[in-house]
Design a protein around this ligand. Structure first.
Ligand SMILES: [Zn+2]
Length: 534
């Protein structure tokens, strides 16, 4: 019978459908880009071009990474190796207020353009839809969609002005946000800890969120502060939801700094009480206790890092101002052995060392070591800060509305960027949840962890027919070995594929088999159209 002939049968695996339900032993039939049937004894009666033996494997919907920055790398690395080796089949890019789709070739983006051109990417678009079309033309290994970044939108309209926006500027911000949404953005993101997002208040953000809401988009926020004023910052994100009715996603929830440890419970309580009042708030997290960002962002007093990098460097080089900066840092210094230098373009020997180690090597105190390095690099210095505690992370993972989101950038362990200093989450996020927090620590059950990686983020973003294993759904499928799956990427050696991810299908095509990626680009750029992301 013709309708019994399929392209692939995945046979003998334990099927986790993504709903959180216990696994069942069944076979999956794939034809074209869809799952056509799931039946207990299907393989016995079906025919297929290829039968894949999944005995001993957990078979799940392809993972959906709800929080990434891969729009910064997708055009120079469309094979997205680090993502596919984790079993990720869809990413939501453009988070934290930053979205490459909003960058233009205007002078205001000179810095971004230098950096994009350095990686071989030329801006050939002047609107968000053009960026998505470029991805279509290029083809990608996995599906991607993107938020419109408020920071980038603001920069395009207002440059680095501290604001607030004038009436004319507000009109332009609204128009550009609306254009992005019409072009297929899945929502609006903010990065209120970064420039220029830091200048924005709820009065500026809420009208833009209302525009995103009109297209059924979501609002994601890297909130204003994730340490001392964590709770106030979450309340601010919730206020945007309260004023506009838009679904709010608190990005990468955490409590930074020893004196704030334990606050994640209170943060989740805030989210729960907002939900009880009918405000739709959820969150996401990555399974690491270190975050990675610009060293200036978390080390310097706000006034000292304000403005452009040149202005910041001038302050660091002015002896009097430097003394003041020094003094303020020493009032509440980080633990220097917990700050690991990441990307330092001109001081590569500093990469991978802690500020405590560097201070010894250079015979200076750690503050001067840090400030000298920042000035020398003109602010272009990233660092990993081991500022969180595992109890908070486990609390976040236990919460039923926490999706898994890497906050990573898709990368590749060979070629031009293989020595880039990146957070290991780009390679290890999903296998680490499965290996450490499910298998070793038992913080979540396997079906529940899979739900947080699949149907929960799919529903959150409004992605249609993905995040579940069901007849009619797209055949985005991962099969892995639950007894051995684990991340191998470390801060010192981040470009390491995870272990235990055996098979990945993207839109019905085999993208990875026996742990080896195939040279195909089966992914699609997804767009929100009529409210649905497809
Ligand atoms: Zn962020």
């Amino acid at each position: 019978m013709n309708e019994q002939e399929f392209d692939y049968i995945i046979s003998g695996g334990s099927i986790y459908d993504g709903s959180g339900a216990s696994p069942i032993r069944a076979d999956i039939a794939v034809r074209g880009d869809k799952i056509e049937a799931i039946e207990a004894d299907g393989a016995g009666i079906w025919k297929a071009g290829k039968v894949i033996d999944a005995t001993g494997l957990a078979v799940a919907p392809g993972f959906i990474d709800i929080h990434t920055h891969s729009d910064m790398s997708i055009l120079n690395n469309p094979m997205m190796e680090s993502s596919i080796h984790q079993g990720v089949t869809t990413e939501v890019m453009g988070n934290c207020g930053i979205s490459v789709g909003v960058i233009t070739s205007d002078e205001i983006f000179a810095q971004e353009l230098r950096w994009l051109e350095g990686s071989g990417v030329k801006i050939g678009w002047n609107r968000f839809g053009g960026f998505l079309s470029r991805i279509d033309e290029l083809g990608t290994a996995i599906n991607v969609c993107s938020l419109a970044g408020h920071g980038t939108i603001r920069k395009r309209i207002m440059g680095e002005e501290p604001g607030p926006p004038t009436c004319a500027q507000i009109a332009q911000l609204l128009t550009l946000t609306d254009q992005c949404m019409n072009d297929g953005a899945v929502g609006l993101s903010t990065g209120l800890e970064y420039l220029p997002g830091r200048y924005a208040t709820v009065d500026e953000i809420a009208p833009l969120a209302a525009v995103a809401k009109k297209s059924k988009g979501i609002y994601t926020s890297h909130i204003r502060n994730e340490g001392d004023t964590l709770l106030e910052s979450i309340a601010e994100a919730i206020e945007v939801g309260e004023r506009t009715g838009i679904p709010v996603q608190v990005s990468h929830i955490k409590a930074e700094g020893r004196r704030n440890w334990g606050k994640v419970a209170a943060a989740l309580d805030l989210i729960e009480s907002a939900r009880a009042q009918g405000i739709d708030v959820q969150t996401d997290t990555y399974p690491y206790i270190a975050y990675m960002t610009g060293l200036s962002v978390f080390l310097l007093p706000r006034w000292a890092s304000a403005g452009t990098n040149d202005e910041m460097t001038a302050r660091l080089n002015d002896p009097q101002t430097r003394q003041r900066i020094r003094k303020e840092i020493l009032e509440n210094p980080p633990q220097w052995d917990k700050v690991l230098i990441g990307g330092a373009p001109k001081s590569t020997s500093a990469q991978g060392k802690t500020l405590a180690e560097l201070a010894v090597i250079e015979g200076k105190d750690p503050v001067d070591t840090a400030l000298d390095l920042l000035a020398f690099e003109n602010g272009w210095l990233s660092a990993a800060h081991f500022a969180q505690c595992d109890e908070d992370l486990e609390k976040a993972l236990e919460y039923r509305y926490t999706s898994i989101g890497s906050d990573g950038v898709s990368a590749c362990p060979h070629g031009k960027f293989s020595d880039a200093s990146i957070h290991p989450r780009s390679y290890g996020c999903f296998p680490r949840v499965l290996g450490i927090y499910v298998r070793e620590k038992g913080v979540l059950s396997l079906p529940e962890a899979i739900r947080r990686m699949t149907s929960l983020p799919a529903k959150r973003v409004g992605i249609a027919n993905r995040g579940e294993l069901a007849p009619g759904a797209f055949a985005d499928i991962v099969a892995f070995r639950p007894e051995t799956v684990i991340d191998l990427a470390t801060f010192g050696n981040p470009h390491q594929f995870a272990k235990g991810i055996e098979l990945v299908l993207v839109n019905g095509q085999i993208a990875l088999e026996n742990g080896e990626q195939r040279d195909i680009r089966a992914g699609k750029a997804l767009r929100r159209t009529n409210g649905v992301v497809e």
